[in-house]
Ligand binder design. Structure first.
Ligand SMILES: [Zn+2]
Length: 68
């Protein structure tokens, strides 16, 4: 198969804290490779939340003209 190329744009995905509604959640500590549990804490109020198999903030790429 030949290489295929296309332009993409870069999107940052953040998760707004469920507790205070203002801070962004940030990864805190290590992802557990067995369970996928990924501890995060709010940068403003310190609220802790565990996400499974995802971390924030994260970067995704989408094709130009496409949306998430
Ligand atoms: Zn918060």
């Amino acid at each position: 198969m030949p290489e295929v190329k296309r332009p993409v744009k870069t999107i940052e995905v953040n998760y707004v804290c469920d507790a205070c509604g203002h801070g962004m959640m940030e990864q805190k500590g290590e992802c557990n490779p067995a369970t996928g549990e990924n501890p995060h804490a709010c940068i403003i109020c310190g609220h802790e939340q565990v996400f499974k198999w995802v971390s924030y903030p994260r970067i995704v790429y989408v094709g130009e003209g496409e949306s998430l």
